[in-house]
Design a protein around this ligand. Structure first.
Ligand SMILES: Nc1ncnc2c1ncn2[C@@H]1O[C@H](COP(=O)(O)OP(=O)(O)OP(=O)(O)O)[C@@H](O)[C@H]1O
Ligand SMILES: [Mg+2]
Length: 465
């Protein structure tokens, strides 16, 4: 830019000098100045004046020309520098000479294109990031150098880690379960896809992950690293275990009475029937066991019905105190046999529920209170309203349950003391049925218990109003 200015300045000075000199010659031709021009001092003075005037005029003119010529170029240069810095919103002023306007317009088109490309790239990056973070699986990418180049939030959550102690670290240095580290190592070393189910514990939790690892191939089959995708299947594993336990429990529960019935009937057929007292006692056992079998099948069918996805109770405004009184009336004779006092404290409360199902719930809870209490104790039933809910509390002074067992009481077939509960004729399905029925009423059930002191079951049900 500077050399252009210098050249322009010299050129203009030359032209103006020539112009002024020509003017002087023309003027001196017209007017008689010859006499004076013979004096060399006058000539030098005149020449000096001509060139000084030429200098001043040319400086002013060249300054203006340079300004007009260079301003758009400077503006375009500034805009280009801004673009280089990454500011794609910079625009050049489209004014000045025709060429400059064209240049500014071109640079502006370039800037607009760059801005659009950046916006599209940003949008795609956002989309990819959202996808990676919300894909529902854990994801980790490791580059060729074996460093973690990308990790999503589910991955960090699954392994209870923070981004700082994983991002950019060598995969070998990561504080992750050994089974997972071995899996990653295998995929990284062999550069072959692999899939596995791994189990490990984080704190108190047992985790089951379905992991998939594969090499990342770039252009021309260039190996860029590996990607690890993990899916939490802990819940699936738990459900699988529940199903296995259920089948094992059902088989076991069915086999016990069947074995007993088969054994006693075979003994009778072998000749024991001839002794009347033995015959009677064996028949009694067979009758009791077949009753148990019937009860078990009835409870199983009931549970499968209640657990069915579409199961709904026939909810209607129901007088809960009447329900409790009816259930109490049914169990009263058995309570009296065991000298247990049944104490009802009922406020008038209307709930939204199915009276028959609610009686079933109350019968199960009262039967448990009766079964797991010693004689000459008291069973209390309270009914009252609390914060827009009906609260039913069944409190006994029975054997109680260990705190560690409380969480398992509602599991199918779960019994704290198997032998004892079986002697009482129970199937271990009562509380699971109760829980499902309460939940079908949009209610909730909780347990509070202390060994040797007693157990309290509390049910919360929605009010009719
Ligand atoms: N009130 C209670 N006091 C102490 N333990 C209880 C009480 N209620 C339930 N339990 C414990 O919880 C277990 C599960 O109860 P649940 O009612 O489901 O089965 P069950 O009473 O054994 O048989 P059933 O299916 O005939 O009711 C019982 O076996 C018992 O160990
Ligand atoms: Mg029971």
């Amino acid at each position: 830019m500077k050399s252009f200015r210098h050249r322009l300045l010299i050129m203009i000075v030359g032209w103006i000098g020539l112009l002024l000199a020509s003017l002087l010659i023309i003027v001196s031709q017209l007017f008689p100045l010859y006499a004076n021009l013979e004096d060399p001092a006058t000539i030098w003075l005149l020449l000096f004046l001509i060139f000084a005037t030429a200098m001043v005029i040319s400086t002013i003119i060249s300054h203006r020309i340079i300004k007009i010529q260079s301003q758009p170029i400077e503006n375009v240069t500034e805009t280009a520098l801004e673009l280089v810095k990454g500011n794609y919103r910079a625009r050049a002023v489209e004014s000045g000479a025709v060429g400059a306007v064209q240049l500014s317009a071109t640079i502006n088109v370039l800037a607009r294109n760059l801005q659009e490309i950046t916006a599209i790239r940003q949008m795609e990056q956002e989309r990819l990031k959202t996808l990676i973070e919300n894909m529902g699986s854990s994801l980790m990418m490791i580059n060729r150098q074996g460093r973690v180049s990308l990790v999503n939030k589910p991955f960090l959550r699954e392994l209870a880690m923070s981004n700082e102690n994983i991002q950019g670290k060598l995969y070998k240095e990561l504080d992750i379960p050994t089974v997972l580290a071995k899996f990653i190592e295998n995929v990284f070393m062999t550069e072959m896809p692999d899939r596995d189910q791994i189990d490990f514990s984080i704190g108190l939790h047992q985790k089951h992950l379905d992991v998939y690892g594969a090499p990342i191939m770039g252009e021309h089959e260039r190996w860029l690293g590996v990607v690890i995708v993990a899916h939490d299947i802990s819940e699936l594993k738990r459900l699988e275990q529940v199903r296995k336990d259920f089948v094992a429990n059902v088989s076991h529960e069915l086999r016990t009475p069947v074995t007993s019935i088969k054994g006693f009937s075979e003994t009778l057929l072998d000749g024991a029937y001839e002794d009347t007292p033995t015959l009677l006692s064996f028949l009694e056992i067979i009758h009791k066991e077949s009753n148990r079998l019937e009860l078990l099948i009835k409870d199983l069918l009931e549970l499968s019905k209640i657990e069915h996805a579409g199961f709904q109770v026939k909810a209607q405004p129901t007088d809960m105190s009447a329900v409790i009184e009816r259930a109490a009336g049914m169990i009263q004779p058995r309570m009296e046999d065991k000298a247990i006092l049944l104490n009802l404290q009922l406020e008038p409360v209307e709930v939204l529920g199915d009276p028959d199902r609610l009686i079933q719930v109350m019968m199960n809870l009262l039967a448990n209170a009766l079964t797991y209490s010693a004689s000459e104790t008291t069973v209390e039933v309270h009914l009252f309203k609390e914060q827009e809910e009906a609260v039913i509390r069944v409190k006994d002074q029975g054997i109680g349950v260990e705190t560690s067992e409380i969480g398992r009481l509602f599991e199918r077939f779960y019994r704290v003391d198997r032998a004892r509960s079986r002697n009482s004729g129970g199937t271990g399905l009562g509380l699971s049925i109760v829980k499902h029925l309460v939940e079908a009423h949009h209610g909730k059930i909780t347990v509070d218990s202390e060994v040797g002191v007693g157990t309290t079951f509390t049910i919360y049900l929605p009010l009719a109003s």
